[in-house]
Design a protein around this ligand. Structure first.
Ligand code: NAP
Length: 278
């Protein structure tokens, strides 16, 4: 019996689409770790016992994905303050005493993906326009605020959710009606799509970029396809673009570090491997 074997995985329902095993097993191999990362199909009614069982089974922890990111918070012993503000966890790290600690690295992953595309990117470079007010938007908005963003215009189809954002996260957030999304692009430094529009099987995001300044960075959290119609439009106008794959890959890094003891790099070989599955 080798006690240094480290086991982790991802809990979701359904979960077969997850790229996390590919990512973490790539790093396990790259960093010559003795361990494995698997898929755990966990129905919502079994989530609590699955999380409580992590420590008993000797797992280092797990990722949490759809639809469990919010409900899992109730079943861990401690939630990181950032994850508390986001209102969801995507990572559990089992502590030496068996306690389960919950984290959310989605916003970290998003910001790292921007820095990868533009190393001198700064959160306070100018107004940020974010389309969508769902789970991904919450993680990204909180991280942008912590990074120093001064103004985030939240444009959402259901306006009341954008208003709730402003109420919850303070005066740096301004809610914008969906019909006013193109005017909101005026003098923006960063545009982010966090809606599912543009995803494979969904209509393209209905947005003309005419009013967006030429220097603005354009990003999309959707990564199937890698280059969404929004990113194609932006690239053709000369904007620097950031696809959703970087967020997916970078959010995995702090979890790998917590479980396996090495902060892994996101290299081209990993990008290529994941792109082959899309
Ligand atoms: P969510 O919580 O369900 O939020 C969906 C958002 O999209 C809401 O703001 C919703 O507006 C908006 N929306 C949906 N249909 C729309 C339409 N027809 N027109 C305009 N807006 C529409 O979902 P989520 O978890 O935030 O995920 C959103 C996207 O991010 C998904 O495509 C997901 O795959 C992607 N994602 C990527 C990563 C990554 O690592 N790259 C991580 C997480 C999520 P309403 O409020 O009006 O319904």
């Amino acid at each position: 019996m080798n006690n240094s074997f480290t086991l982790a995985g991802v809990m979701g329902w359904p979960v077969t689409h997850s790229r996390s095993p590919l990512i973490h097993n790539h790093w396990i191999h790259q960093y010559k770790k003795n361990g494995a990362y698997g898929l755990f199909r966990v129905e919502p009614q079994h989530l609590e016992s699955a999380i409580r069982g992590l420590s008993a089974l000797g797992l280092a922890g797990c990722n949490i994905t759809i639809p469990h990111k919010v409900s899992a918070m109730a079943y861990v012993d401690w939630v990181h303050p950032l994850a508390n503000r986001i209102g969801a966890i995507n990572t559990i790290v089992v502590q030496a005493d068996g306690a389960c600690h919950g984290f959310n690295n989605d916003g970290y992953g998003y910001i790292q993906s921007l820095l990868e595309a533009q190393p001198d990117w700064q959160a306070d470079a100018g107004p940020i326009v974010m389309l969508g007010a769902g789970g991904a938007a919450r993680a990204i908005a909180v991280s942008l605020l912590d990074a120093g963003a001064k103004e985030i215009r939240i444009v959402n189809r259901t306006f009341s959710k954008a208003e709730e954002f402003a109420h919850e996260f303070g005066p740096a957030i301004s809610p914008v009606k969906w019909e006013e999304r193109e005017d909101a692009l005026n003098n923006a430094a960063l545009l982010i799509n966090t809606t599912s529009q543009g995803m494979h099987g969904q209509p393209a995001l209905d947005l003309s970029l005419t009013q967006l300044p030429q220097h603005a960075l354009v990003s999309d959290v959707v990564y199937i396809p890698i280059e969404t119609p929004l990113l194609i439009q932006a690239r053709l106008r000369g904007h620097t673009t950031v696809n959703g794959l970087g967020m997916l890959l970078h959010q995995a890094r702090p979890a790998f570090e917590a479980w396996f003891g090495v902060m892994p790099d996101v290299d081209q070989a990993l990008y290529d491997k994941v792109i082959q599955t899309i």
